[in-house]
Ligand binder design. Structure first.
Ligand SMILES: CC(=O)SCCNC(=O)CCNC(=O)[C@H](O)C(C)(C)COP(=O)(O)OP(=O)(O)OC[C@H]1O[C@@H](n2cnc3c(N)ncnc32)[C@H](O)[C@@H]1OP(=O)(O)O
Length: 431
């Protein structure tokens, strides 16, 4: 692994924080919230945090400030699962809470914490690491590439009419208490296993979701509505908060959709139809929705749904090139030699990716053969670009035209065809 070139001053030391050590957790949480421009945690907030991060790896960098030991930088990571095209979930090192106090910025502390975590993850056999970037220019240098995108949407309820050929809304809907999350978790788990880009939500995530309040998944005025199919099995849910901006006697409510997950098109339609029919509400606003949202296709007037802006969401870091390429399945076929360059020296290698039609499964996805090779490459690319390509959300043709990968137009097209996936990758979960 390359050194960052900027050794931390000797008085800085790194520790691992036990979330059950309340004093250590507070010392860790306060500077991270300062860096995120948030207030120091309340006792209740700290307890929430403790529950959410139990079992996670919490790194703290300490400095001596005015004679006192202070945490000046933090990083959190945990083992999770990420769904890849055609093959379901694979293990991933999920990285979060990368913060450095403004007094200690640009001394290489993020570099030190992040490279140590990536090296550990690779050593433990993870082929991938993932994070959600607050600022886009930071993580490319660490080998992360933007792999999923998300968009906001506004639905104008007055313009909603479903097309006659839209899937019928069968089954039933019911409000469920926020704390009764078992069926919601089961619906989400089924959905995320089928959606490239989605990561797992653990029991602590759902436990937190079950508690209402400002800034939580379900705000103080929020509701969860559960959809069941005709056999009574839960197959979709929507969680939303509401606000009322009525002036005088003209109703002007807004529904703030926190989460809508469905495992069938019928449940999906039923949930949107329900939301659009709630009295006193004029619009639904939602953030972090998929860029290939189904809803406009179901409506007589697709412009009832206004989308944008579109932003990157999940960033992927390949830690093992053959492992990452072999983890997913492919719909095309062909053979390409890829030379992957890694600025941190963790995963650089040259591999032959061979996808043969006769290895096609019943579902059409093909299991690849991936081997290291000394052959001349068809495509030379930085590891960050491989992270962007892996889930099928970015086209190799675009990266070649932008000068970010070296390939002939024909080789870029062949790689784009191999990596293509029928759905845009989407991660609906902040971590
Ligand atoms: C996964 C997540 O947790 S996303 C949240 C990230 N955290 C935040 O946004 C909170 C506020 N910001 C911070 O806490 C810090 O400024 C951090 C964590 C972003 C950066 O920490 P630092 O210790 O200053 O980073 P470090 O000194 O290791 O810099 C590494 C490189 O990234 C660059 N870099 C760091 N921050 C930024 C930035 N905001 N924009 C562009 N480049 C940046 C540095 O210039 C440096 O590049 P160089 O090696 O070419 O000189």
């Amino acid at each position: 692994m390359q050194d960052t070139g900027r050794p931390a001053p000797p008085q800085l030391r790194t520790t691992q924080v036990d979330p059950d050590d309340r004093q250590a957790l507070r010392a860790w949480a306060v500077p991270s919230r300062t860096a995120f421009l948030e207030a120091a945690p309340t006792e209740e907030g700290l307890e929430d945090r403790r529950r959410a991060v139990r079992g996670h790896r919490l790194t703290a960098v300490h400095d001596t400030v005015a004679g006192e030991d202070r945490v000046v930088a933090t990083l959190r990571s945990f083992d999770s699962e990420l769904t890849v095209p055609g093959a379901g979930p694979v293990s991933v090192d999920a990285v979060s809470t990368a913060t450095v106090l403004p007094t200690h910025r640009r001394r290489g502390l993020l570099s030190r914490m992040l490279t140590a975590d990536l090296e550990r993850a690779r050593g433990e056999g993870h082929a991938l690491a993932a994070l959600i970037a607050l600022e886009a220019p930071i993580y490319g240098r660490f080998g992360f590439g933007a792999a999923t995108r998300a968009t906001s949407l506004v639905l104008d309820h007055a313009r909603v009419a479903f097309r006659p050929d839209a899937p019928a809304a069968t089954g039933s809907l019911e409000f469920v208490p926020a704390r009764r999350t078992d069926e919601l978790a089961a619906v989400h788990d089924t959905a995320r296993r089928a959606r490239p880009g989605a990561i797992a939500r653990d029991a602590a995530w759902w436990e937190a979701a079950g508690r209402r309040g400002e800034g939580r998944w379900l705000g103080p005025r929020g509701h969860v509505v559960l959809h069941r199919d005709e056999q009574g099995t839960a197959d979709g849910y929507a969680a939303y908060d509401v606000s009322d901006d009525s002036v005088g006697r003209v109703p002007n409510g807004t529904l703030h959709l926190r989460d809508l997950t469905a495992t069938t098109p019928s449940a999906y339609r039923a949930l949107w139809e329900f939301l659009a029919s709630i009295d006193l509400v004029r619009v639904t606003r939602a953030a972090d929705r998929p860029v290939d949202e189904l809803l406009p296709h179901l409506l007589v007037d697709p412009r009832a749904v206004q989308t944008g802006p579109v932003d990157d969401f999940l960033w992927l870091r390949v830690l093992d090139v053959p492992g990452a390429l072999a983890a997913r399945r492919y719909l095309g076929c062909g053979t390409l030699v890829l030379r992957v360059a890694d600025p941190l020296g963790l995963a650089g290698s040259t591999v032959r990716l061979h996808v043969a039609a006769q290895r096609c499964g019943a579902d059409g996805w093909v299991c690849p053969e991936v081997t290291t090779t000394d052959a001349e490459p068809d495509v030379v690319l930085p590891v960050a670009e491989l992270g962007s390509l892996l889930l099928g959300g970015t086209s190799a043709v675009a990266l070649q035209r932008a000068g970010r990968i070296e390939a002939t137009p024909a080789a870029a097209q062949a790689l784009a065809t191999l990596m293509a996936a029928p759905e845009q990758p989407w991660c609906p979960t902040w971590f």
